[in-house]
Design a protein. Structure first.
Length: 330
């Protein structure tokens, strides 16, 4: 039996200036009121005023989640782990019936008492895997104190929101989640075509359900669905097939109606996240049904320095370098 001991101290819904009255206690010290268990069969109980989780053999990952949704938060907690247990704290995470039957997915702050020492790393649970793993940050690997209470403050603050005016927010609230160009059968959406309002990822896991997604697009007379969100250039075909676009400049021409519809991830000019040091954009030719991914220079050092100067979480800057090395350059 392996145990994790947590004391959830407080949580802030960020809406303006920080005030003492804004903090909300997530744990009352006596019960699990306001919490629910998801996905697995591990045991959670209250022992001496703290939450104790005990792992169970042959159980999938078990998550203790708040019944209430929180956004734009600062979460503070203390944690002590068994030396043989790997765990984490989910932020910006969801459990949706339409995503792998409710599988919890989203960003996880790693808790790793092993010799690997990746506590504080960022893992994208049930989606893309490691975003930042501390392998290249030796000082951070020393922060976790074995066998002791560790105090963490994880910030998931909507930094952009504080810089938007009411006029900006009204304009954004009136935007549609997707845009259709019916003449050539083009659909534009940030996340997935099926539920654009959920901002889910078109990734390798998404490919497992690609056929019904493409059938739905076909019924809507969509031939090309252009998506983003992952910052990883990719094209999805029928039968769960997809192609990662690692080359610097790559052109694809689709011939015959049997080739359609397809879902095209254009990558991103904002941040490259596919192992290349260059950002990506797409040129589409409606005359010959060709798609061309093009690469442009991206100044990672300047972007990382601006993130640090803005006071944003350091992993947002560090992951630019880590994700640049995900794949060999082509």
């Amino acid at each position: 039996m392996k145990k994790i001991v947590l004391t959830m101290v407080m949580c802030l819904i960020f809406s303006g200036n920080l005030q003492a009255s804004d903090w909300v206690n997530l744990f009352d010290g006596n019960s699990l009121d306001g919490w629910k268990k998801l996905n697995g069969t591990a045991k959670y109980e209250i022992v001496d005023g703290v939450i104790v989780g005990t792992s169970v053999v042959n159980s999938p990952n078990t998550f203790l989640a708040t019944e209430k949704d929180y956004g734009d938060i600062i979460l503070e907690y203390e944690v002590k782990l068994s030396e043989r247990l790997n765990s984490g704290v989910q932020i910006r995470s969801e459990s949706l019936p339409e995503y792998r039957d409710g599988r919890v997915h989203g960003y996880q702050i790693e808790l790793d008492p092993s010799d690997r020492a990746w506590t504080g790393g960022i893992y994208d649970e049930a989606r893309r895997g490691w975003l930042y793993n501390l392998e290249n940050n030796p000082p951070a690997k020393k922060a976790y104190q074995h066998g002791e209470w560790n105090h963490d403050a994880e910030t998931a603050v909507n930094w952009t929101r504080k810089r938007l005016t009411n006029r900006n927010l009204r304009w954004l609230s009136e935007l549609e989640y997707d845009m259709m160009e019916p003449v050539h059968g083009l659909l534009f959406v940030h996340g997935t075509p099926d539920h654009p309002e959920a901002f889910n990822y078109c990734d390798d896991m998404f490919a497992a359900n690609i056929d019904w997604e493409l059938e739905a697009l076909e019924r809507s007379d969509v031939r090309f669905a252009f998506v983003g969100h992952t910052h990883v250039p990719k094209i999805f075909y029928r039968n769960g097939n997809f192609v990662d676009v690692h080359e610097y400049d790559w052109r694809l021409t689709l011939v015959g109606e049997a080739s359609f519809p397809v879902i095209v991830n254009v990558g991103s000019v904002g941040q490259p996240r596919d192992g290349q040091e260059k950002a990506t954009y797409v040129l589409f030719d409606d005359e010959d049904n060709s798609i061309e991914w093009r690469r442009i220079e991206y100044d990672i050092d300047t972007a990382a320095n601006k993130i640090h100067e803005a006071g944003l979480p350091g992993f947002l800057a560090n992951r630019l370098y880590v994700e640049q090395m995900t794949f060999p350059q082509g």
